[in-house]
Design a protein around this ligand. Structure first.
Ligand SMILES: NC(=O)c1ccc[n+]([C@@H]2O[C@H](COP(=O)([O-])OP(=O)(O)OC[C@H]3O[C@@H](n4cnc5c(N)ncnc54)[C@H](OP(=O)(O)O)[C@@H]3O)[C@@H](O)[C@H]2O)c1
Length: 280
């Protein structure tokens, strides 16, 4: 049995891929109704909360691999690691970012704390450190479709964006054939470095109408995120993270996705083509 700790973007796609391959897969969900589609696809959906160790222990029954993905609150993910150790789980595949202990972004420092907890737990582990997800753009999709423009404080900085579906595909691959990958760390990116102006050009080409990119301040970026419902502290942290793109923080690529999946990573053009409805 493979346990996936949340049915978010990465978790639900990983669960779907594993069920499609005939693997026994379970997803822990705060609200199982939201994961009804996964249940219909053959996934065992169980109710739980990462703040409630007893619910994690119940979900850990007969589990050999865990895909650890969540908003990365250290206490919650460390609860999962402790539960996996109690259950003698063979390995944990941890979805993380390219973090450093002295990052100015609290979530990044939290990722380091979780990674350290996992590495020192004695469990088998694989770390998947991803660049920015293409899916972050979906937050701006309705604004783009209404106004034909979007903005950010990333300036001319480049990003090795990855499609979250490819993060899920790598996690699913490793969770179901883990021996080769135990103790490894992979860097997950798409195939190209793109600035936000490049993203606007790709949107223009795929949608067939002009989409403009506006440079914004960090404060304007934070307000735009709050306008689409992101809570203030998260918007402040995310806006700060985006502003670091201007300093080259996300300008890195890796070949780990094609090496593990034996196919190319999805391009931004592919991502937009697959989400046309959201931008139209
Ligand atoms: N976005 C990026 O650009 C990026 C880049 C690199 C790495 N990452 C990493 O990716 C991870 C996030 O993955 P994602 O994008 O797949 O997540 P996501 O789509 O934001 O989904 C988060 C999931 O966590 C669930 N959840 C939240 N609190 C919970 C709790 N207390 N107990 C149980 N479930 C809970 C949510 O359930 P509800 O629906 O009930 O809220 C939701 O299903 C983070 O570690 C992040 O650092 C993201």
């Amino acid at each position: 049995m493979i346990l996936i700790t949340t049915p978010g973007k990465v978790g639900s796609e990983a669960a779907r891929l594993l069920a499609e391959r005939g693997e026994a897969v379970r997803v822990l969900a705060r609200d199982p109704a939201k994961a009804d589609g996964l249940r219909q696809a053959g996934v065992d959906v169980v109710e739980g909360d990462l703040n409630a160790p007893a619910s994690i222990d119940a979900a850990m029954r007969d589990v050999k691999s865990v895909v650890l993905v969540s908003p990365a609150v250290p206490a919650q993910e460390l609860n999962v690691i402790d539960s996996a150790a109690r259950a003698n789980v063979a390995r944990v595949v941890k979805i993380t970012s390219r973090a450093s202990a002295d990052s100015p972004i609290a979530r990044q420092r939290g990722q380091v704390e979780i990674e350290t907890g996992l590495i020192t737990s004695g469990l088998g582990y694989t770390l998947l450190r991803s660049n920015f997800y293409m899916q972050n753009l979906l937050m701006l999709a309705s604004g783009i479709s209404r106004t034909g423009r979007f903005g950010s404080s990333a300036g001319a900085g480049q990003v090795g964006f990855i499609d979250a579906r490819d993060v899920a595909a790598v996690a699913a691959e490793i969770a179901s054939s883990p021996e080769r990958h135990t103790g490894s760390m992979y860097l997950l990116t798409g195939p190209e470095l793109l600035s936000y102006a490049d993203v606007a050009a790709t949107l223009t080409a795929v949608l067939g109408r002009p989409i403009a990119f506006d440079e914004r301040t960090v404060e304007e970026d934070k307000q735009a995120m709050m306008n689409v419902g992101v809570p203030e502290p998260v918007a402040a942290m995310n806006a700060h993270a985006v502003s670091l793109i201007a300093e080259g923080e996300a300008a890195w690529l890796s070949d780990d996705v094609p090496a593990i999946l034996r196919r190319q990573a999805r391009t931004f053009q592919q991502f937009i083509t697959d989400h046309l409805a959201a931008f139209s």
